[in-house]
Design a protein around this ligand. Structure first.
Ligand code: 5GP
Length: 187
């Protein structure tokens, strides 16, 4: 059976990581989350080759020039990208692949692979989102302001997605994600 590419986006702090973790805890048999390249520094606890491939700006630029990315984007001052080869290999190995990427990249994927399914995880409210973002204590004020600006742009782009899942409750949002993926895979 053909395997599919699912693209999941959501504003910073929306809890898409938690929903995805919950989803993967019960669907890891036939789904895998892609590992992206980024030029940002690792956060405490992040491991190269597990959370991201942490690369230099030079290396990232070289990959762009060599056309190695399925999509790539600049987000909050850093570069992020998905390698074509990584995705092709995983689909060939028989896994459904999930990309957890921001919206510019997601729309590039849709152009390259119209069969990809785009799912946007939406926050219950922007105020709630700001609260969660500050609660993480992983970014300084300037970085938070940058990310809040991105939120508005991302909400606008979500109109072009195939599905929007409201993350009012992690378990409910996870079940909705499971329903969508099962439907898309014809299960
Ligand atoms: P963070 O720095 O918090 O890990 O990620 C910042 C944003 O970059 C998130 O919205 C995340 O989904 C997105 N992102 C992570 N990897 C990629 C990628 O390969 N391509 C794109 N376009 N965005 C990515």
């Amino acid at each position: 059976m053909n395997k599919k590419l699912f693209v999941i986006s959501g504003c910073s702090g929306v809890g898409k990581g938690t929903v995805l973790k919950n989803f993967m805890s019960r669907n890891s048999d036939n789904f895998m989350v892609s590992i992206s390249c980024t030029t940002r520094n690792p956060r405490p606890g992040e491991v190269d080759g597990v959370n991201y491939f942490f690369v230099s700006k030079d290396e990232f630029t070289r990959c762009i020039e060599e056309n190695k990315f399925l999509e790539h984007a600049q987000f909050a001052g850093n570069y992020y990208g998905t390698k074509k080869k990584f995705i092709a290999q995983k689909l060939e190995e028989g896994m459904n692949v999930i990309l957890e990427i921001e919206t510019q990249g997601a729309l590039q994927v849709k152009e390259q692979m119209p069969e990809a399914v785009l799912i946007f995880i939406a926050p219950p409210s922007v105020e709630e989102l700001e609260h969660r973002l500050r609660g993480r204590h992983t970014e300084d004020e300037e970085a938070i302001q940058k990310r809040l600006h991105e939120v508005k742009i991302e909400l606008e782009r979500s109109k072009q997605y195939d599905y929007v899942v409201l993350n009012d409750d992690v378990e409910r949002a996870t079940v909705e994600l499971e329903t969508i993926t099962r439907k898309e895979l014809g299960l």
